[in-house]
Ligand binder design. Structure first.
Ligand code: 5CA
Ligand code: ZN
Length: 412
């Protein structure tokens, strides 16, 4: 599927440090160790509604990782999926009486435009679930060969007990898993399942639902196996980082890892699992199903500077859960005005130490709030608002513009 155009990314005069990242499995910040190219998979949207601030925060977080790796001298292979056939999409299409293909195409296109406006670097492979059906079928065959698949009526299920390490990603106990499974797309109460936590791999055709011919019978892929198949195909096993929001830790990333490791027992799926916090609004997680949403496209249509939106996201650590308010956005509009004013002076406070500080902060578990604070301090010193106007660096503005763009994705 078509990705979106890549924004320019300037090269910096110095190389950034090696990148460390919080790993959900170990619960610690650990060094990433790309072997040559860094390989990143980030779970993409289910395109039944427009991109909200929560989605944007998650994709901007992994964009910081992509940029930090590049600034550290790595090339990056980035893969992202689009869940362009799944229950919530079909239900919404039905409800609003639109063809599901049309709905998915429309919302995916809006997402591309939102990502472009936010200067998110595009994935190298942007792949829909529908176009990956042959990969999914092949993976299900491998799981069958490993004895991990069984039938419930005509649907095929993955048996979580096939994976001796089941639970290793989320580190949840069984009661907790059972408690959240149904809210996260699972069907713990389906009769005929061997274990309530088993997940569907292939859903046989139902009246009124789309289905594809396959050696498994007519049907469509289950959710988790789609990401497993794409990551394995386009990145191979043992890729560096599997990413998404924290609502994907269980079951989604647990199942992806389990399925991959049962199909290819000698290798692990990802080296590290990274998760972004949830953005809330009006006291609850922003979610398409709850409808408490602020859309990126609405802000764009109201002439909000997308860089002010991006800065608002950057001022929260990616792992924090936080609440969106309009005031945060207006504060960022003011901040950007100050930053632009300082840069328009040309000369300014020495920019070299800011480059070091920003790259260091981002390489240290993507600490964008610390990075933006370093920029704030440079702006204050340059404008003299700290009482000590410092214009000793004649090239400061040029350096700062490059830094903001390359490291933080902010084009001023
Ligand atoms: N298509 C699946 C992943 S394979 C999916 O979860 N789609 S989604 O459209 O529901 O979410 C897209 C991404 O945004 C996921 O990484 C999800 O974890 C993240 N996300 C969803 N809601 C929020 C939120 N309120 N705050 C932060 N991130 C969110
Ligand atoms: Zn996914």
């Amino acid at each position: 599927m078509r990705s979106w155009p890549a924004p320019e990314m300037p090269t910096l005069p110095v190389r950034g440090p090696a990148v460390s990242l919080h790993d959900t499995v170990s619960g610690a910040v650990v060094p990433t160790r790309p072997d040559g190219r860094a390989r990143l998979y980030v779970c993409g949207i289910t395109p039944y509604d427009a991109t909200h601030i929560g989605h944007a925060a998650t994709y901007v977080a992994f964009d910081l990782l992509n940029r930090a790796w590049r600034n550290a001298g790595h090339e990056v292979t980035y893969v992202q999926n689009v869940t362009d056939v799944d229950d919530p999409l079909l239900e919404r299409a039905d409800k609003v009486n639109v063809d599901w293909v049309e709905l998915a195409e429309r919302e995916t296109e809006l997402f591309r435009q939102d990502m472009s406006a936010l200067r998110v670097l595009p994935p190298d492979h942007y792949i829909g679930a529908v176009e990956s059906i042959p990969l999914v079928v092949e993976l299900i065959h491998r799981l069958e060969a490993a004895g991990a698949v069984y039938r419930v009526e005509n649907d095929l299920y993955y048996s979580v007990t096939a994976d001796p390490t089941f639970g290793q990603v989320s580190r949840l106990d069984r009661d907790e898993m059972l408690r959240i499974y149904a809210d996260r797309g699972g069907d713990p109460d389906r009769e005929g399942k061997k274990d309530p936590l088993d997940c569907v791999l292939w859903r046989a055709e139902r009246p009124g639902e789309p289905a594809w011919d396959s050696p498994l019978g007519r049907g469509r892929p289950g959710w988790h196996v789609e990401c497993t198949a794409m990551a394995m195909e386009y990145l191979g096993t043992g890729f560096d980082v599997q990413g998404g929001g924290s609502d994907l830790v269980f079951p989604h990333h647990e199942m992806c890892a389990g399925e991959a490791q049962v199909a290819a027992p000698d290798s692990r799926f990802a080296q590290l699992y990274a998760h972004a916090g949830m953005v809330g609004y009006d006291g609850e997680k922003m979610s398409k199903s709850k409808g408490n949403l602020v859309f990126v496209s609405h802000l764009r249509n109201s002439d909000v500077d997308p860089m002010a939106l991006r800065l608002t996201l950057l001022r929260h650590h990616y792992r924090a859960d936080w609440e969106w308010t309009d005031q945060l956005l207006w504060d960022s509009v003011d901040t950007l005005a100050d930053w632009r004013k300082a840069i328009s002076l040309g000369a300014g406070a020495p920019a070299g130490p800011v480059v070091e500080a920003v790259l260091q902060a981002l390489a240290d578990d993507l600490d964008a709030p610390r990075a933006t604070a370093a920029v704030d301090a440079w702006v204050a010193a340059t404008l003299g608002t700290d009482g000590l106007a410092d214009t000793s660096d004649a090239e400061a503005a040029v350096t700062m513009l490059r830094l903001l763009d390359a490291a933080l994705g902010l084009a001023l």
